[in-house]
Structure formats: C-alpha cells, structure tokens
Design a protein around this ligand. Structure first.
Ligand code: FES
Length: 134
C-alpha cells in the first residue's frame, strides 16, 4: 500500500492510497482532492496540477523533464526548488509517505481565450485562434 498525503494551504491534509503507475494528479482527482484542477487531463500543457514537493522527497523523485519545466512557467507563483506538475510524477512503491503541498492558487496564469461567438468554426474555437482569422 502506498500512502500519499496532500496538504492544503490552510493546513488540512488528505492521506489517500495511491496506485503504482498512476500519476499524483490522477490519484488526487480520483480521491476528489481540492486544488488539483488538471484542466488538460495530464498532457503537460496547463499547469493546473501544480504542486510543491519539499526535501527530502524532492531529491528522491526523477527530475522534471524539459516539457514540465516549460509548462511550470504557466503556474501561479512557481518556486524553483519545490514546484512540480503532479501529472508528470508517476507513483511507485518508493513514494509511500510522500507529502505533496498544494499551492494557495490553482488557476490559469494566462487569460483563457474568450468564448467564441455563435457560428465560429470548430477549429478556431478548439485552437483558440482569433475569430477573424478562422
Ligand atoms: Fe495539465 Fe498537469 S494536468 S499540466
């Protein structure tokens, strides 16, 4: 059994059973942990699964790959020493007891594109293109 604790900014904690092979994001979503929005579903493009992982756990995890480091720049107030994207961390047996801190704010750092007007093409709305270029 692998137990992971998600610590809220207000001090509340949620300790859940995690399944090896699933991401920390998927584990949080499966247990309805507040503060993990995961808007992109784990595609490493939204940063709404941003978490903080402190030492000594931080050094035990595989380091963030380039795509994760880039996407972390979209997170609200990322910290260079503790920030990670929970969708990019796969749970394994060595993570029993891991503590994950949730940031105070979990929302888009960038402005979402406006809702397309009625009649806009599906492609323009799907890719967020300006409507006059559709
Ligand atoms: Fe979108 Fe992790 S769920 S970057």
């Amino acid at each position: 059994m692998i137990q992971v604790t998600y610590l809220q900014p207000d001090g509340r904690s949620h300790t859940v059973e995690a399944q090896a092979g699933k991401s920390l994001m998927a584990t949080a979503v499966a247990h309805n942990i507040p503060g993990i929005d995961a808007d992109c579903g784990g595609e490493c493009i939204c940063a709404t699964c941003h978490v903080h992982i402190d030492m000594p756990w931080r050094e035990r995890l595989a380091p963030a790959e380039e795509a994760e480091r880039w996407t972390l720049e979209l997170a609200v107030e990322p910290h260079p020493d503790t920030s990670r994207l929970s969708c990019q961390i796969r749970v394994d047996d060595s993570m029993h007891g891991l503590v994950v801190r949730l940031p105070p704010s979990q929302r888009y750092a960038l402005t979402r594109p406006p809702t397309p007007p009625l009649g806009a093409s599906d492609e323009s709305s799907r890719f967020g293109l300006p409507h006059d270029r559709a």
